[in-house]
Design a protein around this ligand. Structure first.
Ligand code: AHR
Length: 530
């Protein structure tokens, strides 16, 4: 069976045909179990670098302890930002950070987080553990942090409990360069020139923690609010509307029908929860352990990772109806695995360990985003440090990079690359009567001219021999990196931080227009073709 990973539009048929023809010419070389065709001669849209964005909410130990320790901390820091985390993030070329929430955003009043730190009010973080929030990390700290790591900025406005004026003033405070009192206040607080505000969202999950609104009610509020959001001259700010969760196409339909003209992007949230992707379906209450899981739960997570592709297709089809030019982006600004919290941790802190399973989920998801590069133009993994599918874990002065971090590192050459259509044929990986493709793939030509091919074998037991056919590409050399671990649940801990780390991969052989490779079980591989 041929599965096309959404080759760009009219190319689909051509790629499918190419795959069929392949069956006739290649299937017999070493009886390969999978074939991958890369249509290098039919380039698709650019993979927005913002697909590699991250999400940093005031939640648990993410901001306080994970990113910000304050200038007086014994933990090495740069003006209060922990040095090890800043360096790790810089190495990853993080393109954009979303802040301050999440559910936290709709209780966040930006004025609490400006001015001298010792005078900022202490509030209670009612969403996440009921802990005190002293507002030491506010607008200046976030915008300066983004500049420090070289990332773009995505600020999420408070629609749920704030006012139109509050939101409008915040946008002006960050972006204006005039003589108004807001700008004078910003200057008095130490920032002369405006920051660059790349993205601004009008609310978060307004269908839930952001206000329990109906789509119609939100569409009205969105239109009203957006009218008053006026970034300073020359700012690139794009405005994002709250979009659907999972497969809620009715929400997408209403917002696109009633407010598409007012926005630049529609957000989408999707969490991969093993219990919800199990048969029989479980509950949010018991999601499944991050580390202590069996193959059935592994399968559920992999199944859930593929699911986002179906949902994106559904939402894209609706967006195509109202916006055939694809002006409005779909931004998946919360995605990732959500497991049970680490035993012994504050359950409100959403702390979880990260294993080979999370790495494979990340790779599948990124491959899907690449395949939908025409519409998906930003994604923000939830979250950056110490929360959910984190890139980085910290404990006091210690820091460890997770398997998911390493996937993002291996994939960073895809940022800004031109997508290349890819078609994958069999085999399947099956469990309990359900199947998913055993091999997930995507390809792109990087801004450095290098063609990259990402290949993941989702089967935790069997290696996957793959024949790759490069249509329209003459390569002289193939090199690669691989990420895997001894077990499905291998992880990196503070005491053993190097269990799941990328290694050089020399097992890909190039012969003419074909690359032969055997992907070890549960592995993520990125090949470079020069
Ligand atoms: O990422 C954790 C939470 O999940 C966010 O605050 C919220 O938007 C979503 O429900």
């Amino acid at each position: 069976m041929i599965r096309a990973l959404r080759p760009a539009g009219r190319l689909a048929a051509a790629v499918l045909l190419a795959g069929t023809a392949l069956g006739g010419t290649m299937a017999f070389a070493a009886a390969p179990s999978a074939t991958v065709t890369v249509q290098a001669d039919h380039p698709g849209p650019v993979i927005a670098k913002e697909i590699y964005g991250q999400f940093a909410e005031h939640l648990g130990t993410q901001i306080y302890g994970g990113i910000w320790v304050g200038p007086d901390s014994p933990i090495p820091n740069i003006h209060g930002y922990r040095k090890d985390v800043v360096e790790a993030l810089k190495a990853l070329h993080v393109p954009v950070v979303r802040w301050p929430g999440g559910c936290f955003a709709d209780e966040y009043h930006w004025r609490d987080g400006i001015g001298p730190r010792e005078r900022r009010p202490v509030i209670v973080n009612t969403n996440w553990g009921g802990v005190e929030e002293n507002n030491a990390f506010g607008t200046h700290e976030f915008m300066d942090f983004s500049e420090l790591i070289g990332a773009g900025t995505y600020v999420n406005g408070n629609l749920g409990s704030g006012s139109v004026r509050e939101m409008a003033d915040w946008v002006a405070y960050m972006t204006a360069d005039n003589h108004g009192s807001l700008v004078q206040e910003r200057r008095a607080n130490g920032r002369d020139k405006p920051w660059t505000l790349n993205w601004f969202a009008v609310g978060n999950e307004v269908w839930g923690c952001g206000g329990n609104m109906t789509a119609d009610y939100y569409a009205d509020l969105l239109r009203q609010t957006r009218t008053f959001l006026k970034p300073g001259a020359g700012q690139p700010t794009k405005f994002i509307a709250v979009g659907p969760s999972d497969d809620d196409t009715a929400w997408t339909e209403t917002i696109m029908a009633r407010a598409a003209k007012e926005i630049d992007a529609l957000s989408m949230h999707y969490y991969d929860v093993a219990s919800l992707n199990s048969v029989p379906k479980g509950t949010w209450k018991v999601k499944g352990s991050a580390t202590d899981f069996n193959e059935t739960e592994w399968f559920a997570s992999i199944f859930g990772a593929y699911q986002i592709g179906t949902y994106i297709s559904h939402h894209s089809a609706i967006m195509d109806k109202y916006d055939p030019e694809k002006r409005v982006a779909l931004v998946v600004d919360e995605w990732g695995t959500w497991h049970d919290p680490t035993p012994g941790s504050n359950p409100g802190f959403l702390q979880q360990q990260n294993t080979v399973r999370d790495a494979v989920v990340a790779a599948i998801s990124l491959n899907i985003f690449h395949a939908h590069a025409d519409r998906v133009r930003m994604a923000n993994i939830a979250q950056m440090v110490n929360v959910l599918q984190a890139m980085i874990l910290t404990d006091g002065p210690r820091m460890v990079l997770t398997p998911t971090y390493h996937v993002f590192d291996m994939y960073k050459g895809f940022q800004g690359a031109t997508s290349l259509p890819v078609a994958v044929t069999g085999p399947d990986y099956s469990q309990g009567g359900r199947t998913v493709p055993a091999v997930s793939a995507s390809a792109g030509r990087g801004t450095d001219g290098v063609t990259r091919l990402a290949l993941t074998n989702v089967d935790p037991n069997k290696a996957a021999p793959v024949q790759v056919r490069l249509a329209g590409l003459k390569a002289g050399k193939v090199t690669g990196r691989i990420l895997t671990g001894p077990a499905m649940n291998s992880d990196n801990t503070f005491d053993h931080p190097q269990t799941v780390v990328p290694a050089d991969f020399g097992d890909a052989k190039l012969s003419g227009d074909t690359v032969s490779v055997t992907l070890p079980a549960k592995s993520v591989v990125v090949l470079e073709l020069k």
